[in-house]
Design a protein around this ligand. Sequence first.
Ligand code: UT7
Length: 320
Amino acid sequence: MITKIIGTGSCAGSRRVTNQELEQLVETSDEWIHSRTGISTRYLAQEEGSCAMAAEAAKKACAQAGVSPKELDLILLATSTPENCFPSEACQVQGRIGADHAVAFDISAACSGFIFALHTVHSFLVSGTYRTALVIGVDELSKAVDWSDRRTCVLFGDGAGACVVRAEKEGRFCSTIGSDGSRGDILTCQARSGGNFLTGKRPELGFIAMDGQEVFKFAVKKVPACIEEMLEKEGEKKENIRFYLLHQANERIIETVAKRLGEPVEKFPMNIGQYGNTSAASIPILFDELNQEGKLKRGDKLVLAGFGAGLTWGSILLEW
Ligand code: UT7
């Protein structure tokens, strides 16, 4: 069996925030943010939170696929910013959309989360364990950002993207994922830190801390290498790829990856200018936009690729 995406949906935070607004918050400028990253605006969640965004994206994906949530066997949700330690965000989405027959759980791989989730779901579908699944990438990094740190606060936005996938007889799907825990310290966000009655410390939450240049170097080296390796293994030529849907972290990273692959940048759609970096949501939001705009034709070969904290990375080749 082969994993086929049969519907997509997305939802961004409810409040659009411009670079000019951030100029009032920290010492930065629209010119700096736009020229270094490509970002002009981002959407931040307010009262709605990540569960509501994920549930909205999920409902839209099910509607587009023509699948009732009751038909779902599995919900796999990728996030680094769940609303609760437990219940999982996936279980909360399950409750909100009434997917009574599904099993639901979360997966954590930062900005590579959606790729890791789709890769994992594929294993369940090819083994025949499940037939229809919902894969969600959602993050609300605005609650993990230090809003006085200009090096990070200008980069991120909140949102969710979802795909309904089904085990089909025909199609194309292959994927590869990787991680390197020894380099994890270049991009971190501490969760509840140590504290119990023995230490006498109160658990605290940390903020995102990043060595931007190291992450940049890692991304422009690892992403093209990972894609090249996957395509070579699959015997697929780059000229047959219709679009490369890359994690939207920085326009300059995407342009460099295109150059290193020797592919025209027009094959790399981008929406970072509007959304900022939405972490695990960036690839499925982009996917949904292309789908809604009618830019995807059945049979198109697409490459998805992500990278992020962990360090983690991965790529997928699929036929739409
Ligand atoms: O999802 C995966 C996670 N993240 C990424 O993929 C991020 C990867 N890295 C990047 O995108 C880039 O490294 C950044 C956009 C984060 C930074 O761009 P850069 O060209 O690497 O800038 P830099 O860190 O070298 O900083 C250059 C200067 C510094 O000033 P000095 O030391 O040269 O005087 C910074 O303090 O820019 C300063 N700076 C800012 N200035 C205005 C840093 N942030 C800002 C800001 N506004 N927001």
